[in-house]
Write a protein that binds this ligand. Structure first.
Ligand SMILES: Nc1ncnc2c1ncn2[C@@H]1O[C@H](COP(=O)(O)OP(=O)(O)OP(=O)(O)O)[C@@H](O)[C@H]1O
Ligand SMILES: [Mg+2]
Length: 244
């Protein structure tokens, strides 16, 4: 059983998920510290989303254990939900609602008072260049803005730990940079951020990364130390070397 008393925000022991005979995540052993920006890397189908969905309490592991934000993912999923924010890989907002209506919808999901949610959202959205009172429907926003709104909605209940599954997929470089500025600010404010990405420039911004292949962990460490160990100059080269 993982030790709840450790200062880890996430701790897993042999966490495994099988779909029938297919193993999507095999024996994941991981400890993520408070305040870390932690990246999950891996090719399509490597098991990143499956691992994250287990850590969020959305998918039952086949075997193994995990303590996330001091909650046992198997038995304490209700307390877990209150302590984490999750931005799913697929677009999570309601396209036919306005920005404000999406915020109100998520305030209901996270059981946050509407006035409080609107105040939190207004501060965050204004910083990110989005007008909370805009009457336009969410579907008319550029993808980079939709992703910032989705991030805001996942933070309304002030979670300590945030899971972002490919938050910048399809987003232009400038908007990706803006999104990472927000991630850095959240980590500076003490939040733990777990993020998946296929962009190796973003992998460089993570404090530590885990590289997955066919459900297995093939590397885990700081970008700098992994590059030195593997005698490569950047994360792109590291990734190609490891997965080839
Ligand atoms: N519900 C499911 N039933 C059966 N197989 C599944 C299910 N969910 C995921 N898989 C399989 O598990 C493997 C890992 O999928 P997962 O979505 O975790 O990968 P990923 O690393 O997030 O990939 P991507 O980069 O494309 O998002 C894939 O082969 C996928 O087809
Ligand atoms: Mg995925």
């Amino acid at each position: 059983m993982p030790d709840k008393k450790l200062q880890a925000m996430v701790q897993t022991i042999d966490l495994t998920k099988r779909f029938g005979k297919f193993t999507a995540v095999n024996n994941l052993n991981l400890s993520i510290n408070k305040g870390e920006i932690f990246g999950f890397l891996g090719a399509n189908g490597a098991g990143k989303t499956t691992a994250i969905r287990m850590l969020c309490g959305l998918l039952k592991p086949t075997s193994g254990k995990a303590i996330v934000a001091d909650c046992d993912i198997m038995t304490e999923s209700e307390c877990l939900k209150q302590r984490i924010g999750y931005m799913s890989q697929r677009f999570a907002l309601y396209e036919d609602l306005t920005v404000r209506e999406n915020v109100l919808f998520y305030s209901g999901i996270y059981q946050v008072k509407q006035e409080q949610a609107l105040a939190t959202a207004e501060t965050m959205l204004t910083e990110m260049g989005i007008d909370l009172k805009d009457k336009a429907l969410t579907k008319s926003l550029p993808l980079g803005y939709k992703q910032r709104l989705a991030l805001t909605c996942s933070l309304l209940h002030n979670p300590q730990l945030l899971f972002l599954d490919e938050p910048t997929s399809g987003v232009d470089p400038q908007a990706r940079r803006a999104f990472w500025n927000v991630i850095n600010k959240l980590a500076d404010a003490g939040k733990t951020v777990i993020v998946t990405t296929h962009f190796m420039d973003e992998a460089e911004y993570c404090h530590r990364v885990l590289v997955m292949q066919n459900g297995e962990t093939i590397a885990l460490g700081r970008p700098g130390e992994l590059k030195t160990q593997n005698k490569v100059d950047n994360m792109q080269q590291l990734f190609l070397k490891l997965v080839s």
